[in-house]
Design a protein around this ligand. Structure first.
Ligand SMILES: *[C@@H]1O[C@H](CO)[C@@H](O)[C@H](O)[C@H]1NC(C)=O
Ligand SMILES: *[C@@H]1O[C@H](CO)[C@@H](O)[C@H](O)[C@H]1NC(C)=O
Length: 380
């Protein structure tokens, strides 16, 4: 057994270490040599992606600002594909009638009428006229205004109609111009005109029954603007009639529900997940956001809600990644702080993130039916 001095031992360790390091660098070098084409490819893909994201796309978008309104409406993105909106049963909807409304020259929109549960008749073909003639049977009516992309047949929308029908309401759902089977091209005033026309069509048929408007996502912008228009009309009529002023005609909705809303489209665009890679850059707003307003799209709900007098219920999930929760809160605060004495309540219902409802799945909440029942009971 030979005894080694401590110096010798350290030396040995150092030599060993050097050998391993040499080994490692040899292995790395060999790997690069053997995989040179692969590494080169990685480098190429990375730089191409960076070029696309930070050079080509911004230059393209800045030069083609007309594209921004298309991104806001996304009406050409249709899911599920190859479905026929004339046949609501394809979407799992029973006791539903498909019909069209002629809003104006060149604009015909597709619509569905889903009957309340208590009118449900199994395996019976309900005659078409029964749908329209039964609208004044005392059951309340919801006009549903959907968000961007897809059609009135998109899954999460159909699930909500089913829920409302289960609660024994009529549901009228439309596709705005340019969506689904509707003709025309969407614009802010255009989609609001479609909703306005449908609302008046409903009002003409329901007698004393209460009508509510339910908007989701971009549809909350449409709902708020429509409600403002209806409330303003009523105010003008009272102001400009010869004395004594007539009682308000009661054409305003009984209440509005805003599901996953934003305060205005500008802020919604600033916080959209697609904007994430750009948000830190100084030219971000100039390239991606300013053009939305320049092309006439504002959906300024924060401003429009000041004129909305009926009851308002806002629903928002804390894990909403598309329209962040704090934008819904902003709209709520604005509405709450500016309510007049004659206005109904505004309530804000939040859903905890752990439920995973996100932007589209609030219909799954077991508490939702109770919120809706309480809301319609309070509205007038
Ligand atoms: C959709 O269904 C309706 C009624 O069943 C039918 O008249 C129409 O031709 C269908 N459209 C397409 C594109 O298949
Ligand atoms: C609609 O009717 C079909 C066939 O009668 C049935 O399978 C389906 O569950 C019904 N859907 C609803 C939502 O009631």
């Amino acid at each position: 057994m030979d005894v080694q001095s401590p110096q010798e031992e350290t030396k040995k360790i150092l030599v060993k270490k050097r050998k391993t390091m040499l080994n490692y660098s040899q292995i790395t070098l060999r790997y690069i040599q053997e995989n040179a084409s692969f590494c080169f490819l990685c480098l190429k893909v990375t730089s191409l992606t960076l070029f696309l994201v930070y050079v080509a796309i911004p230059i393209f978008v800045r030069a083609n600002q007309w594209i921004l309104p298309k991104v806001v409406f996304l009406n050409l993105v249709r899911w599920p594909p190859f479905t026929n909106l004339s046949n609501p049963s394809e979407f799992g909807l029973n006791n539903t009638r498909h019909f069209n409304l002629h809003v104006e020259e060149g604009v015909k929109i597709g619509a569905w009428h889903i009957l309340p549960k208590s009118m449900y008749i199994e395996n019976v073909n309900i005659p078409w006229d029964k749908f329209e003639n039964e609208m004044d049977n005392g059951k309340m009516i919801f006009l549903y205004l959907h968000g961007n992309s897809g059609t009135r047949g998109s899954h999460h929308r159909v699930q909500l109609y089913n829920l409302l029908a289960q609660l024994d309401f009529h549901v009228i759902a439309i596709d705005y111009r340019g969506y689904g089977d509707s003709s025309g091209e969407p614009t802010e005033d255009g989609v609001v005109a479609d909703a306005y026309f449908t609302y008046k069509w409903i009002k003409d048929r329901v007698g004393e029954s209460k009508v509510f408007i339910w908007g989701h996502s971009l549809g909350t912008g449409v709902t708020t603007k429509l409600a403002k228009k209806l409330c303003d009309e009523e105010t003008l009529l009272v102001l400009f009639s010869p004395p004594p002023p007539p009682p308000p005609p009661g054409d305003h909705p009984a209440g509005i529900v805003l599901e996953s809303p934003f305060n205005n489209i500008h802020e919604a665009a600033l916080h959209h997940p697609l904007a994430l890679p750009y948000r830190m850059l100084p030219w971000f707003e100039w390239v991606f956001v300013d053009g939305i307003g320049e092309h006439g799209i504002y959906f300024d709900s924060e401003e429009n809600i000041l004129s909305v007098t009926p009851h308002i219920m806002i629903l928002h999930a804390k894990d909403d990644m598309v329209v962040p929760f704090h934008l819904g809160e902003k709209l709520y605060k604005k509405a709450k702080d500016t309510r007049s004495e004659i206005s109904g309540n505004v309530e804000f219902i939040s859903f905890e993130a752990h439920h995973g409802y996100g932007h589209k799945l609030i219909y799954k909440s077991p508490d939702l039916p109770t919120h809706i029942r309480e809301f319609v009971a309070k509205s007038k």
